[in-house]
Design a protein around this ligand. Structure first.
Ligand SMILES: [Fe+2]
Ligand SMILES: [Fe+2]
Length: 255
């Protein structure tokens, strides 16, 4: 990877994502669309004949893009164009999962992952950046330097598993994470928690996933999510309650 992950300013990202419009930007339209189409085809068809991970991942990426886009626009006050930029960039959030270094079976384990397997899976955050760099090897300097491909996509790829307590892959803490990354961390965790994995048989609904992310003892008894999110999660839950019309937290669980 050419860029040092610690050189990203994740607070400034909230302004950078407002600085262009994916929909109308001529450089992205003319030069990046073909690259995106090729990468998206790889995602959708990944591991075909082995398992349906590629297809499932494509759906996860579309759901989280949509969820994050609406939260950014409707609740956090980002512009429509910033929301569109987020949608498009987040589609490559987990691109690193289809990196050739992986055995596709790792994404569909019949057991709870071992520490070693977990560490291997975590590498997808920077392997995604590597794959994007390879896909852009012959691109023009103006595309390579465009904020969408130079900063917004790689930042989402690298930091969507950070935790506010600093226990994420790069140890970045809440005070250095802006709204865009906090949003992607929330929508990605929620969606991941609702996906049924090979080793578990229960399907979780959205309120259950959000209560687990709040680390309420009755839902997250192992403390998996304790410290992972800050008050942005409360804001997200209140937003989802408003949108869905159903109560997610009981009164004593509100802060
Ligand atoms: Fe991921
Ligand atoms: Fe993800």
């Amino acid at each position: 990877m050419k860029t040092d992950p610690h050189s990203y300013d994740l607070l400034a990202l909230d302004e950078i994502i407002e600085s262009y419009d994916y929909e109308t930007d001529p450089v992205l339209q003319e030069q990046f669309r073909p690259v995106e189409d090729a990468l998206w085809t790889l995602i959708e068809h990944y591991a075909e004949g082995v398992n349906d991970f590629g297809f499932e991942m494509a759906q996860h990426l579309q759901r989280t893009s949509n969820d994050g886009m609406h939260f950014l626009i409707d609740e956090l006050g980002f512009s429509q164009k910033a929301g569109r930029n987020f949608y498009a960039a987040n589609l490559f959030q987990d691109l690193g999962k289809i990196h050739p270094a992986y055995d596709p079976h790792i994404w569909n384990l019949p057991h709870r992952p071992t520490d070693e397997e977990r560490a291997e899976k975590k590498k997808h955050v920077w392997r995604g950046v590597e794959m994007l760099e390879i896909a852009l090897a012959d691109a023009s300097p103006e595309l390579k330097l465009h904020p969408h491909v130079k900063t917004v996509i790689p930042a989402i790829q690298l930091f969507h598993h950070e935790r506010c307590d600093g226990n994420g892959p790069f140890g970045i803490t809440s005070d250095k994470i802006g709204q865009v990354i906090k949003t992607v961390c929330i929508v990605d965790t929620k969606d991941g928690d609702m996906i049924q994995r090979g080793h578990q048989n229960e399907i979780r609904d959205e309120p259950t996933a959000l209560c687990r992310m709040k680390s309420l003892e009755a839902f997250d008894d192992k403390g998996k999510y304790a410290g992972a999110f800050d008050s942005m999660l409360d804001r997200y839950i209140a937003y989802r309650e408003r949108i869905s019309g159903q109560e997610i937290l009981s009164n004593e669980d509100r802060v």
